[in-house]
Design a protein around this ligand. Structure first.
Ligand SMILES: Cc1cc2nc3c(=O)[nH]c(=O)nc-3n(C[C@H](O)[C@H](O)[C@H](O)COP(=O)(O)OP(=O)(O)OC[C@H]3O[C@@H](n4cnc5c(N)ncnc54)[C@H](O)[C@@H]3O)c2cc1C
Length: 448
């Protein structure tokens, strides 16, 4: 979860989805579109059916341009996904419509009749623990408040240094708040994150969707031309337009909007010919991906005296903590969040072991009855997922210009858009709203 108002709302009181496989699917474009050009199959190929790709498709359709979305997974939504596998739905990726005042997903939710609730109104109390022992709220919360205030300050220019360096002047007992914010809100260790990049992020009202953010994104994709289970493996931009290779064949387009996560681009999962220009590569080099992870634990209805909607925060030490969100919307589920290197280590154990470990931690806080009442778990380790390779992007210290570099169009036919390039001055970065703005604006700006 990305949220500049973390303290306010979380610590208060603490498609078209038929898989079109095979080359035949690629070529099954409407004849009228193919007739537009002897060279190109289509105007724009969009890579990725997450928030950015879906927004780009809507914008292109509104412009009367032909497009197709090529999506590697067998579902749409990318990092916005409502998991229903445990019988009690929970958002395994994005959950909040952040800075709702200007977030396009708020209006989309309204137009589709999706319920939203301002998270400030969900005031369930939180409990704080130090390594399994109930602790005072003041310690952890005080540190986070002090750090949050410092990081958000409007006084003077914010230096492009790490969060660790930025909070170095605070009293020792407050500095730990920097690590907590970095790891649990941004997903990574504070030494890896530029304080200036963080300072640029927008804040505002946070809305939550009882029926799932992922469910909303999925509905917004209905009717779009999306080829699922179609990973793009290579993009050739050496000649006119672009040629995209997938296991289903080659597609030629005038231009491409590439919305795959920064982690996927950094991993080299898509081969570019010729190699990407220095500006794009510098942008990728300057960005990192966090590891915020969610793990759902399902119970048989027992509640262990915990109120619905409350959080249990357990700081295990300077480099590890858990947040257990209990019974969201009164469902029989607890969603554990953990980030940074602590999360990478747990995810690397594999789903079975990760669930057993996190259940042990929960039992330590609430008692052995929880083990008896446990009925199943689900891990969402985005940092090990080949189609995300991380939760969301951050600029590394000294690289606050990295997002602008990545957003620079390549040869007027290759556009990188997504959460990493989201919103004016990148204030929407890291979020599904920012991804939407980035995809939409790229599609509107293209000269076709
Ligand atoms: C745990 C967690 C919590 C979060 N909480 C929030 C929150 O509360 N609020 C918020 O606004 N944001 C939150 N986020 C961030 C938000 O989910 C992302 O910023 C946003 O969804 C990114 O959208 P996107 O379109 O840029 O990328 P994605 O959603 O990742 O979409 C990119 C698509 O590209 C596809 N793809 C990858 N490789 C290929 C390939 N080779 N060929 C074809 N397709 C490919 C992927 O499968 C994916 O569908 C959270 C993220 C996580 C992981």
């Amino acid at each position: 979860m990305v949220d500049k108002d973390l303290l306010n709302h979380r610590l208060a009181g603490a498609t078209r989805r038929g898989v079109v496989a095979g080359l035949a699917g690629m070529l099954a474009l409407p004849r009228a579109l193919r007739a537009q050009s002897t060279v190109f199959d289509i105007d724009v190929a969009i890579v990725g059916a997450g928030a950015a790709g879906i927004a780009a498709a809507h914008a292109l359709r509104a412009r009367g341009k032909s497009y197709v979305i090529l999506e590697a997974r067998d579902r749409v939504g990318g990092r916005v996904f409502t998991d229903t596998s445990l019988g009690a739905p929970f958002d395994a990726g994005a959950i909040y419509i952040h800075w709702a005042e200007k977030n396009p997903w708020r209006d989309i939710a309204a137009s589709l009749g999706a319920r939203t609730i301002n998270s400030d109104t969900l005031n369930a109390p939180s409990r704080f623990y130090e390594n399994g022992q109930l602790a005072s709220r003041r310690g952890q919360r005080g540190g986070m408040e002090a750090v949050s205030k410092l990081l958000d300050t409007d006084e003077g220019p914010v230096p492009d240094i790490s969060i660790v360096e930025r909070v170095a002047g605070l009293p020792e007992d407050e500095r730990g708040g920097g690590a907590a914010i970095a790891r649990m809100a941004l997903g990574d260790e504070p030494e890896h994150i530029s304080a200036l990049d963080y300072a640029r992020l927008w804040s505002g009202d946070d809305l939550i969707l009882p029926d799932g953010y992922g469910a909303l994104v999925r509905r917004h994709a209905d009717g779009l031309d999306i080829r699922l289970s179609t990973p793009v493996t290579a993009i050739d931009w050496s000649g006119q337009g672009v040629a995209l290779d997938t296991p289903a064949g080659r597609l030629r387009a005038r231009a491409a909007i590439v919305t795959v996560p920064v982690g996927v681009l950094k991993a080299g999962s898509i081969r570019f010919t010729p190699a990407l220009p220095a500006t794009t590569l510098e942008g990728l080099e300057g960005l990192g991906m966090g590891a915020l992870t969610k793990l759902g634990l399902k119970f048989n209805g027992a509640r262990f005296g915990l109120p619905a909607g409350g959080d249990l925060w357990d700081r295990l030490g300077p480099r590890a903590s858990f947040d257990f969100e209990c019974w969201p919307f009164n469902r029989d589920i607890v969603v554990a969040l953990f980030g940074g290197d602590h999360a990478r280590e747990i995810v690397a154990r594999g789903e079975r072991e990760a669930i057993a470990h996190v259940l042990d931690e929960f039992v330590r806080l609430v008692g052995a009855d929880a083990r008896k009442a446990f009925t199943g778990g689900a891990l969402h380790g985005w940092c090990a997922d080949p189609y995300s390779m991380g939760c969301y992007s951050h600029a590394r210290p000294g690289h606050a210009d990295a997002r602008a570099k990545l957003a620079t169009p390549v040869a007027d036919r290759l556009y990188f858009a997504g959460e990493a390039t989201g919103g004016a001055d990148f204030g929407g970065a890291m979020t599904a709203g920012g991804a939407y703005l980035a995809g939409r604006d790229a599609a509107r700006a293209m000269d076709l």
